[in-house]
Design a binder for this molecule. Sequence first.
Ligand SMILES: Cc1cc2nc3c(=O)[nH]c(=O)nc-3n(C[C@H](O)[C@H](O)[C@H](O)COP(=O)(O)OP(=O)(O)OC[C@H]3O[C@@H](n4cnc5c(N)ncnc54)[C@H](O)[C@@H]3O)c2cc1C
Length: 349
Amino acid sequence: MARIVVAGAGAIGASIAYHLALAGADDVVLADTGAIAGGATGRAMGGVRQQFTTEAEVRLAQESVRLFAELGAPLFEQVGYLFLATSEPGLAELEERRAIQRELGVPVERVDPAFVAGLRVDDVLGAVICREDGIADPAGVTRELVRRAAAGGVEVREQTDALELDADVLILACGAASAEVAATQGVELPVRPLVRQLADVGPIAELPPDLPMTVEETGFHFRPASGGLRLAMGEPEPRWDGPAEVRDELVEDWRARLAHRYPPAAGAPLVRSWAGFYDMTPDAHPIIGEVAAGVYAACGFSGHGFMQAPAVGAAVAAELLGETPAVDLAPYRLDRFAAGVGFPETLVL
Ligand SMILES: Cc1cc2nc3c(=O)[nH]c(=O)nc-3n(C[C@H](O)[C@H](O)[C@H](O)COP(=O)(O)OP(=O)(O)OC[C@H]3O[C@@H](n4cnc5c(N)ncnc54)[C@H](O)[C@@H]3O)c2cc1C
C-alpha cells in the first residue's frame, strides 16, 4: 500500500490520520513542524454548529456532529447555538436561514431566549437554536484523534517538516501555511491567513449550566469556558496576513457588548486574549482533493475547520482508499475557482 504522509497535526490532519488507520491504511505518517494542535486548532473557539447558509457547509457539519456526540463531555458539550435577531432585517435573515437549514435536516427551532437566565432579551425580536450544536475542546479532541491514530498504527512525528519525508501521497493539512507549503509542490492555492482574536473573561458566579453559544446579529458571540466566558467577533477592519497579535481595543469593545447582552458578566476580569489565523478561501469553503500528482489538499477551512474535521477526515480517508465518501466532495474541489462557480458561505463567525 502507498505511503501516505499527512502534513499538519491540527484537527484536520489528525482526523485524516485517524480515519486512514480506521480504514486499514498501514503506512501513514502524521507529521507536524511544531506540536499537535499547535496551529489554529489550539487557538480555536471550539464552536460546533450545523447552522450555515449553504448545503456544502451544512453537510460537513451534520456528518461531524455524530463523532463529537460520541466523544461526549468534557470534550464536547451539546449546549446548543443560539442566534439572536435585534432588527427586522436580521430577523428576516434568521428566518430565511432557518428555512434552508430545516430543509437540509438541521433541527433549528424558534425559541424564546429568556430561557437563558440572565440574558438581556428586551431588544431581541426573535431567536433560533439548534440544540445538537455545542462547544468542544479543540486541542483535547485533536489529541484524542492522534491517540487513536497512533493506536491504529500511524507514526506520529512532531517537530518534523513533512516535506522532508518520502511520500507516495502528501496530504496538505497545514492550515494557514497551506498556500506556502503547496507552492513548494508547484501548486497555487487561494488560501490566505486572516487574523482572528479571542478573549476569556471570568470567573463569573452562577453561570447557568445550559448556557448556549450565544450569537448576536452583530456577530459578537460568547460561550462558557472554564467558569467564565470566551468572547469573539469579526473585526471591523480585517487583518489579512498577520501578524497574529492581540488588539486590546477589541477586547474592551467585546466586554462592553457582553455587559449589555449578559449583565451578570459585567466587569468580569479579563483572563487572557490571544490570536491565530483563519485559513480563508475566496468563498469560505475548504479545498479538498488532489491538486497535483501525489499531492492532496485539505485546507482553507475559513474559520470552521475544527467542527468539520470528523467528516473531512472520514471522507478524505475513504477517497484515498478508493471508497465512496459519505459526503460528496465535489463542491470543495480546487477547480471551482477556475470555473467561477459562486456559492459563498456567508455565515462566517
Ligand atoms: C481564533 C480562532 C477561533 C476559531 N474558532 C473556531 C470554531 O469555533 N469552530 C471551528 O470549527 N473552527 C474554528 N476556528 C478555525 C479552526 O481552528 C481551523 O479551521 C481548524 O483548526 C483548522 O485545522 P487544521 O488542522 O486545518 O489547521 P491547523 O490547526 O492550523 O494545523 C496545521 C498544522 O500544520 C502544521 N504545518 C505547517 N506546515 C507544515 C509542514 N511543512 N509539515 C508539517 N506540518 C506543517 C502547523 O504546524 C500546524 O500545526 C478558529 C480559528 C481561530 C484562529
